[in-house]
Write a protein that binds this ligand. Structure first.
Ligand code: DSN
Length: 425
């Protein structure tokens, strides 16, 4: 007898998944850290590989029955080495070790601390209010509680990372670990300058490329490979894989990183995710991936320019990557109500602090907008111009329910012409 389907077993969850498929189809996904994983990636993550425990690494496991899992993990590693090794300034694939077991970006970053630092050591990263990540030493994160965090920021005049300040702080505080990585920073990172500073003070240099790993693969952002000691990333943002994490390091650090991930921080790896990462790596090696990544950046530049023309205060005046940060207070509204009104119109972004924000993080001045997901749907510059018009009308008329409903209809109509990868309605 055929096994019961999800719909037969659990109609409520099946319906909620239908609802989410519809929501994802009918709305513009502008959250800079989100994307659409392909049907192939989702098939791998929804497979029987979820059933298997595999503590350890290929051919050195603590459970038997790894005939298939070892091959899955080795394939994912080989594909990632080739893909990212090809972007390296020096060393290439030969000097690259890859760990695909971190459950996501935060555990990947914790493994870096575990591999190289002891509690109380000084670490440096871009402060959260300036566009950094929680795990780069923010005070509420374990990384700000267990380590002495000395955050660097952006310049008040142009909101760009001030490498002179990074150098000055590094010389004064002698960090053990120096992070270059961002979650809300619209400009490129100068990995070579970070490397030089790390060398001056004898720090480990870690690049967190979670947001930009797809851009790095495609040459749309400078690569930290061959420059940083260790590179971490999530796998689901511009890289367009499943929710997961990965760590790359020079071979001399392989044992420290592997031990930190398992048994230091985690138990069994999520093998279904590893398979999804392998599929995403294969997709990112296709000829179509480079034009996709190029279009992400072109769309972001076009959208930022269109918003500037409509009088929005776009941080740094534009973008070099996939995202932009907009201070909406000049339009007479704060970030949170602006993001909520946009959501009602089917334009999904997140509210976000802007540099030197006088408002609190839960009610900040800005919104963050990214183009990876809409670019995955095949939208281009003309749709970005349309989008800028909608954003302007919604943000300027956030309490006009009739107008917002009308725009939501227009958004739905546009989206119906651009099916999202992996979404079934
Ligand atoms: N939550 C991710 C983001 O939105 O940027 C970072 O972890």
């Amino acid at each position: 007898m055929a096994e019961a389907t999800l719909r037969e077993t659990d109609a409520e969850i099946a319906k909620l998944i239908d609802d989410e498929n519809r929501r994802e189809h009918e709305t513009m996904r502008l959250i800079a850290s989100e994307n659409y994983a392909s049907a192939a990636v989702m098939a791998a993550t929804g497979s029987c590989l979820t059933n298997k425990y595999s503590e350890g690494y290929a051919h050195k496991r603590y459970y038997e029955g790894q005939q298939v899992i070892d091959q899955v993990e080795e394939l994912a590693i080989a594909r990632l080495k080739k893909l990212f090794g090809a972007t390296a300034a020096a060393g290439g694939e030969e000097d690259l070790h890859v760990n695909v077991q971190p459950y996501s970006g935060s555990p990947a970053n914790l493994a870096v601390y575990m591999a190289f630092c002891k509690p109380g050591d000084v670490i440096m990263g871009l402060g959260l209010p300036a566009g950094g990540h929680l795990t780069h030493g923010h005070s509420v994160s374990i990384t700000g509680k267990f380590f002495k965090s000395v955050p660097y920021g952006v310049r008040r005049e142009d909101h760009r990372i001030d490498m002179d300040e990074v150098r000055k702080l590094a010389k004064e505080h002698q960090p053990k670990l120096l992070w270059a990585g961002t979650t809300a920073y619209p400009r490129t990172l100068d990995f070579k300058a970070f490397r030089a500073i790390a060398d001056e003070v004898g720090a480990i240099f870690a690049a967190d490329i979670a947001h930009i790993s797809g851009l790095v693969v495609a040459g749309e952002h400078p690569s930290p490979f061959g420059i940083a000691d260790v590179v971490t990333s999530t796998t689901h943002k511009t890289f367009r894989g499943p929710r997961g994490g990965m760590i790359f390091c020079k071979k001399m650090h392989a044992a420290a990183i592997d031990k930190a991930v398992f048994p230091g921080l985690q138990g069994g790896p999520h093998n279904h995710t590893t398979a999804g990462i392998a599929v995403a790596a294969k997709e990112a090696a296709l000829p179509s991936f480079k034009p996709y990544a190029k279009a992400i950046v072109e769309n972001a530049k076009e959208l930022a320019q269109a918003l500037v023309e409509k009088g929005f205060a776009v941080t740094t005046g534009g973008t070099d990557n996939h995202l932009m940060l907009i201070d909406v207070t000049s339009k007479g509204i704060a970030g949170k109500p602006a993001a909520q009104a946009l959501d009602r119109a089917g334009i999904v972004a997140n509210y976000n602090s802007v540099p030197f924000d006088p408002r609190k993080p839960f009610d900040p001045s800005g919104i963050r907008i990214g183009t990876p997901a809409v670019t995955s749907r095949g939208m281009g510059k003309s749709e970005m111009r349309t989008l800028a018009g909608w954003i302007d009308r919604v943000v300027s008329n956030a309490s006009n329910a009739a107008l917002i409903e009308k725009i939501a209809g227009e958004v739905r109509e546009l989206c119906s012409g651009f099916p999202a990868p992996g979404i079934r309605v």
